[in-house]
Design a protein around this ligand. Structure first.
Ligand code: NAD
Length: 353
């Protein structure tokens, strides 16, 4: 008999976590499919998702109820839903490389409390799934929390561009434990990546040639602030670039520059993306496309996470371990196996109701 509640634990109570937690309450109150890819997945509704544990390292979030912590510290995404007290208190995680030197004034690392034992807390909370929303560039911290998921016997969703669920070694570890995983790096509902992927593919499918393209992104949240440090940005640039190029033919011949470009504080969680595509059309005549996208960044990712969580729970119910290939291909920028969206969607449709 399947357990109706989907118990999740979250690492990194930043803007993405805020939108996810607000969204769970929003769709629990409003029985609508507006804004969703799926109202139900194998009878699971968004209201079946319950956060049972939360970890952060910021002193302004630790010790607070999750309903308060999601609006604390530097979190500045839009508030679309007040959240009732959850009874889940944010615990202190392990810092490692989660906070770079340049971010120490913004992620205020707590030095008063003991780190919690993440594995024990995951077990105690009876979590089914751990979600990583760590800052970009958190390689060691990603490895630490992925190992915690393995040791605690919970599934793992990697929302960030560290290559865990696209790495066969990690996939094998989850498979051996009979635990599902999905990742890497959430591909937002309608964000820069999917628009760039689909538009460039459309151009090639219609017989035209792309000679060069760029995608510039700016925003005013801590995600963008953190990515000002070029050394932390390598994985994000790689993830975003391969998400577009993997969908194209002759990608080696296309001059490309894709990635986060600047931090503009007053934009807050509003992300602005500029896409430029140049090429040639019929009879070698040149064309150029300029596109601007303006979108609230974090709810755009939460719309994806509410589906991934439910597919993960179905996999747990079915005792499927290892990578959810179809789900990762449809919902993430850097899956182990890249697929066109329509192909991935069809496979998901065959595998789940
Ligand atoms: N649309 C999107 O917003 C989107 C899409 C794809 C990927 N992502 C990725 O998701 C991640 C989260 O994004 P966000 O906007 O919520 O970031 P954020 O900066 O708002 O939040 C990060 C949180 O992690 C905490 N943290 C830092 N080190 C930690 C550690 N070692 N242990 C526990 N917590 C730690 C910080 O204190 C902060 O609360 C980023 O890597 C981002 O690139 C976001």
């Amino acid at each position: 008999m399947k357990n109706k509640k989907i118990k999740i634990a979250i690492v990194g109570i930043g803007n993405c976590a805020s939108s996810l937690v607000q969204g769970i309450e929003y769709y629990s109150i409003n029985n609508t499919n507006e804004g969703l890819i799926n109202l139900e997945i194998e009878n699971y509704k968004i209201s079946d998702i319950q956060v049972v544990a939360a970890f952060d390292i910021d002193s302004r979030k630790i010790g607070k109820d999750l309903s308060e912590a999601i609006f604390s510290g530097e979190n500045n995404t839009t508030i679309f839903q007040n959240v009732t007290e959850t009874g889940v208190v944010v615990l202190k995680g392990k810092v490692l490389d989660g906070v770079s030197d340049s971010m120490r004034d913004y992620f205020v690392v707590d030095d008063t409390q003991q780190e919690s034992n993440v594995v024990e807390e995951l077990k105690k909370s009876c979590a089914n799934i751990l979600i990583s929303y760590l800052p970009v560039g958190s390689k060691e911290a990603s490895i630490f929390y992925a190992n915690c998921a393995l040791d605690a016997g919970v599934g793992f969703i990697n929302a960030i561009p560290e290559f865990i669920c696209s790495d066969q070694v990690w996939i094998n570890k989850f498979k051996e434990k009979g635990l599902p995983c999905a990742g890497d790096d959430i591909k937002s509902q309608v964000g820069a990546t999917i628009i760039h992927r689909i538009l460039t593919r459309l151009i090639q499918d219609r017989g035209q040639k792309i000679t060069n393209t760029y995608q510039l992104n700016v925003g005013g949240n801590t995600d963008f602030l953190n990515m000002l440090d070029q050394s932390r940005l390598v994985s994000k640039r790689k993830s975003k670039t391969q998400a577009v190029l993997s969908n194209l033919d002759n990608s080696d011949s296309i001059s490309t520059r894709i990635g986060p470009s600047d931090y503009i504080p007053h934009l807050r969680d509003n992300k602005i993306c500029y896409i430029n595509i140049k090429g040639t059309q019929f009879a070698n005549v040149p064309f150029e496309i300029d596109l601007k996208l303006s979108v609230e960044d974090s709810p755009n990712s939460a719309g994806i996470m509410v589906d991934v969580i439910r597919y993960m729970k179905v996999a747990l119910d079915r005792k499927i371990g290892g990578l959810l290939e179809d789900v990762s291909a449809y919902y993430f920028k850097s899956p182990k196996i890249q697929m066109r969206e329509d192909v991935a969607k069809n496979i998901i449709k065959q595998n789940y109701k």
